[in-house]
Write a protein that binds this ligand. Sequence first.
Ligand code: AMP
Length: 359
Amino acid sequence: MIRPGSTLGILGGGQLGRMIAIAAAQLGLRVHVYAPEDNSPAFEVAAEHTVAAYDDEAALVRFAKAVDVITYEFENVPGATAATLSAHATLAPNARALAITQDRFEEKSFIADLGIPVAPFGLVSSPSELQDAVAAIGVPSVLKTRRFGYDGKGQAMIRPGDDPAAAWDALGRAPAILEGFVPFEREVSVVAARTRDGAFAAYDLCANEHRDHILALTRVPAGVSAETEAQAILIGRQIADALDYVGVLAVEMFLVREPGSERLVVNEIAPRVHNSGHWTLGGARTSQFEQHVRAVCGWPLGATERLGRVEMENLIGNDADRWEAFLAEPGAQLHLYGKAQARPGRKMGHVTRVFPEEA
Ligand code: AMP
């Protein structure tokens, strides 16, 4: 049992780590952030930080011994790093959740084995496997590297008439999967938390709009039927249970609308707090960051009730230059991540707007 006054270790120093650290401080925890970059946004709001590489075994052991429980803010924590940390401290979510979600083939296979719909997919490790996969799945389809893909990076569309080999070359011939293109009407995500003893709490389903492959806007409610929403949340719970998951996770899904029906296809799992859950900070009784801290510490989960109709707008690159206008806007809640340099595509902050629920 972790008590207030204990130290939460966070691996990764970006905005997600920063917002987890702020929530932890509010609950009387000390925070120690471990990250390789010496100007990490999360350092500014943590009691302690370590600047070291993720493969610096001695530094990892020192960090693990200095904290009471460890969590992370990104899914590409190397397996060896997770193993080292787990040997000396409790790591939540567990190492298996990392291993599965950082490899698209493992992830898709895991989801499909639970009987949950995913796009048709095939393993592509060679040009001949690519040919076989294209023959089996058809086009349009999406070639994705097994590892290290995010925000549309590590992905190439194969359209009718395209040479599949060009997509394979574009991804540097890295091990990949080919996925059938899903003709989705909108993208939605379940953000939910699970505790060690199996308690589960989901937020309302949200709808996500991307610009240049980066999340631009999240809206809640998601605009789907009550049955579809319940099914999405059930899928989130099945996945969390099957991973014996502890903490907040997000499950990204495609909504396919056909005459008279709605269908969900799971795209991916994020074993962490997620950008599509930022609306909960100010838009729900308990933010996803506080919820994650509660779950990781073995504390009761907070209420996930929504406080109105909510919109979350990401501030990307120069968008954050408009900070004064956001501050002047009645009811808008501005969050800035303290990043010195605004580069194109870089997430600099977000704005949340809560409106009265429509009747
Ligand atoms: P991902 O990196 O898997 O989250 O994919 C990034 C974005 O590419 C998704 O949010 C979708 O907009 C699009 N996308 C990925 N996979 C597919 C697919 N199989 N069918 C249609 N669109 C996709």
